[in-house]
Design a protein around this ligand. Structure first.
Ligand SMILES: [Zn+2]
Ligand SMILES: [Zn+2]
Length: 397
């Protein structure tokens, strides 16, 4: 067994070993392959890791990795500690023998679990609130436009989901006393202009926000209209603003915050949600846009799983089926967002209602491109459980 001196030194003198009584967060992780088991306890003070302790059942590599993990994470801001990876721990140890990388190198993953445990516990005390910043509907002083943007307050963090089609998102945020500068993450549902047009204006302000989008969101997109072809993809201003900025490309389902995910591409499994026939990925309108970029958000709330939709171009039912699978939960509490049923046939609307019923959805916020006739049918099916979103509306969960 070839362990380097640093690994041996940490194994002989492990730092911070032990247990914290009344810990703020606990994480446990085990490896089925080799039977290693790690438990991590954390104490949090003002969003920083005031203390970390662990118990580990495993080989010298597992013990050294835990010891190094505590050295790297102790005192750090929770966000930075949450970003720490098992690879970084191994690197800080000067490397581990090849076959130890995957089984014994789980200390950062265990810490990740402990921080998630803390975040979920503390978020149940903090209200989850969704504010509609941009929508096609609304009353009062806020500006309206064809587009969608939600401001989501979750576990003390703030996520902007889509940006509408212009700087209306910024103006409406100001009117609502929402400071976009404190945005922690921006998630883009898909590349259409009515979801990405405000991105440049937002990124100007939200300089610290992490940006999540699917690689296909930046590809050209077209719509075939009676009068010709229209380019409806991400505007140049947004492409330029993304430019050299660090982007988290959501090629896989991705955890944005603890227990707060974006789906990435949504598999098409239903037989009634095929394309509408007027969205294309080439300007000659030969290649139907399959919307690999279309993604939805889902997160845990005290009442159950909440789903946020951009336009649901992959189909609302497909989206719910996928989220039920990803979350492992058979029920969904709320579905809020655009469902793009404007031109849908009655059968599609009925079967979308069936899917919402299948998951026992209790709160349906129909926004943006859902269409007034489908909303009427939803209201008939779900009565007061269904409402129409409008700019400025606040939904507490
Ligand atoms: Zn769209
Ligand atoms: Zn849209």
């Amino acid at each position: 067994m070839q362990y380097n001196d640093k690994v041996v030194e940490h194994f002989m003198n492990p730092r911070n070993i032990g247990e914290i009584v009344n810990a703020d967060g606990v994480g446990t992780i085990g490896s089925e392959d080799c039977g290693d088991m790690i438990q991590v306890w954390i104490k949090v003070d003002k969003d920083h890791l005031a203390d970390i302790k662990y118990k580990v059942f495993g080989c010298p590599a597992a013990i050294a990795a835990c010891s190094m993990m505590t050295e790297l994470a102790k005192g750090k801001h929770l966000d930075d500690a949450y970003d720490l990876t098992d690879e970084q721990v191994a690197e800080a140890l000067g490397g581990l023998p090849e076959h130890k990388y995957h089984c014994s190198n789980l200390a950062a993953s265990a810490l990740h679990e402990a921080i998630t445990n803390y975040a979920v516990k503390s978020s149940t005390n903090k209200a989850i609130k969704i504010t509609v910043l941009v929508d096609d509907n609304g009353t009062g002083d806020l500006q309206l436009e064809h587009g969608l943007s939600f401001w989501v307050e979750y576990g003390g963090k703030r996520v902007l989901f889509d940006t509408g089609q212009s700087d209306v998102v910024v103006k409406n945020a100001e009117m609502l006393d929402i400071d976009l500068a404190v945005t922690d993450a921006i998630v883009i549902s898909h590349g259409h202009y009515d979801h990405t047009g405000g991105l440049a204006a937002v990124l100007d302000i939200a300089s610290k926000a992490k940006l999540y989008l699917h690689p296909s969101a930046i590809k050209p997109k077209f719509s075939k209209r009676d009068y010709g072809t229209e380019s409806i993809g991400m505007p140049n201003s947004a492409l330029k603003a993304i430019g050299n900025r660090k982007v988290i490309w959501t090629e896989m389902p991705t955890e944005v915050l603890p227990r707060f995910f974006v789906t990435s591409r949504i598999p098409r499994v239903t037989d009634f949600e095929s394309g509408e026939g007027y969205f294309f990925s080439d300007k000659n309108c030969r290649q139907a846009d399959k919307f690999p970029d279309d993604q939805a958000i889902f997160f845990d709330s005290p009442k159950g799983v909440v789903v946020l939709l951009g336009c649901a171009h992959s189909g609302a039912a497909n989206t719910l089926h996928y989220i039920a699978k990803l979350s492992g939960k058979p029920r969904i509490y709320a579905v809020i967002g655009g469902m793009h049923l404007l031109r849908a046939c009655p059968e599609r609307i009925e079967r979308t209602i069936d899917a919402l019923k299948q998951y026992g959805v209790q709160k349906i916020g129909a926004a943006h491109c859902t269409g007034s006739k489908p909303i009427e049918k939803f209201k008939n099916a779900f009565s007061e459980q269904c409402f129409t979103c409008s700019a400025g509306m606040q939904i507490e969960l």
